[in-house]
Write a protein that binds this ligand. Structure first.
Ligand code: ADP
Ligand code: MG
Length: 256
């Protein structure tokens, strides 16, 4: 009986890190980047990571994204331990289970929006017809159905980031990782992007982990982990996030 209960609980979990640490060696000096991080992200959940520069945010995303591995501790995705993967399985994992969104979009400048969205499907060897069809559907989903033939330079920052979201969704990943996804957007585009992410998680089981400094992003997260010196110093739920956002707005209103 208890086994069944545990199975039901863990089925909801997309990402889990268990006491992960990461030390970098610089010459004879060891730099501790992560000092034992426990993180749990459920399917369909949007989790924020905040913390000062150098606190380990990007290192943490790299661990979950299979771009780097912990010195100690485990990363589990859909209950599978990443440390059991060989290099081929890890590449496969990055291609099929993870979507990445970057601050500066990272689209290929010589490719159209449609071709950019096709890239991960091309790597996954999905046939051309199916690839094009799905890329078109994804661009429609992010509100860019009429921009499929545009090059990145012919799109606004907000539109380019929407293409990046469509690309991140291409192989239907379990988790989407964003490192400052609104960092280069004006507030209106940032708001539209967050509305999009919130709408996307409704019909899907995709989990989102967003590293951010943006109160607008924080306000939409289900939970936020504050990290400092590679450790979680606080986690807060949605009501508290909204309150912080409200306080910030009140403060700004008083100032201006
Ligand atoms: P954040 O994204 O929160 O700014 P990072 O995860 O990039 O922080 O970095 C955490 C700490 O680890 C910092 O002290 C940084 O200098 C160090 N660090 C990150 N990557 C490396 C690396 N490849 N080699 C050595 N030190 C690194
Ligand atoms: Mg960083």
């Amino acid at each position: 009986m208890s086994d069944t209960t545990n199975a039901e609980i863990t089925q909801d979990v997309a990402v889990q890190t268990l006491a992960i640490t990461r030390q970098y060696k610089r010459g004879s000096i060891t730099v501790p980047a992560l000092n034992g991080i426990d993180l749990t992200v459920k399917k369909g959940e949007i989790v924020g990571i905040i913390g000062p520069s150098g606190s380990g945010k990007t290192t943490l995303l790299n661990m979950v994204g299979g771009l780097d591995s912990p010195s100690h501790g485990k990363v589990l995705i859909d209950n599978v331990d990443l440390s059991t993967f060989n290099d081929d399985q890890l590449s496969d994992y990055r291609l099929h289970k993870v979507g990445f969104i970057f601050q500066f979009y990272n689209l290929i400048p010589t490719m159209t929006a449609l071709e950019n969205v096709e890239v991960p499907m091309n790597l996954a060897k999905i046939p051309k017809g199916e690839r094009e069809q799905r890329a078109l559907e994804l661009l429609k989903l992010v509100g860019l159905g009429s921009r499929t033939d545009h090059l990145p330079a012919e799109l606004s920052g907000g539109e380019q980031q929407r293409v990046a979201v469509a690309r991140a969704l291409a192989n239907n990943p379990s988790v989407i990782l964003g490192d400052e996804p609104t960092g280069d957007l004006d507030s209106k585009s940032a708001e539209a992007l967050m509305d999009l992410l919130v709408s996307l998680r409704k019909g899907r089981k995709t989990a989102f982990i967003l590293v951010t400094h943006d109160p607008l992003v924080v306000g939409e997260c289900d939970r936020v982990y504050s990290i400092r010196d590679g450790k979680v110093i606080r986690t807060q739920g949605k009501a508290e996030n909204r309150k912080i956002l409200g306080d910030e707005r009140t403060m700004l209103n008083k100032l201006y």
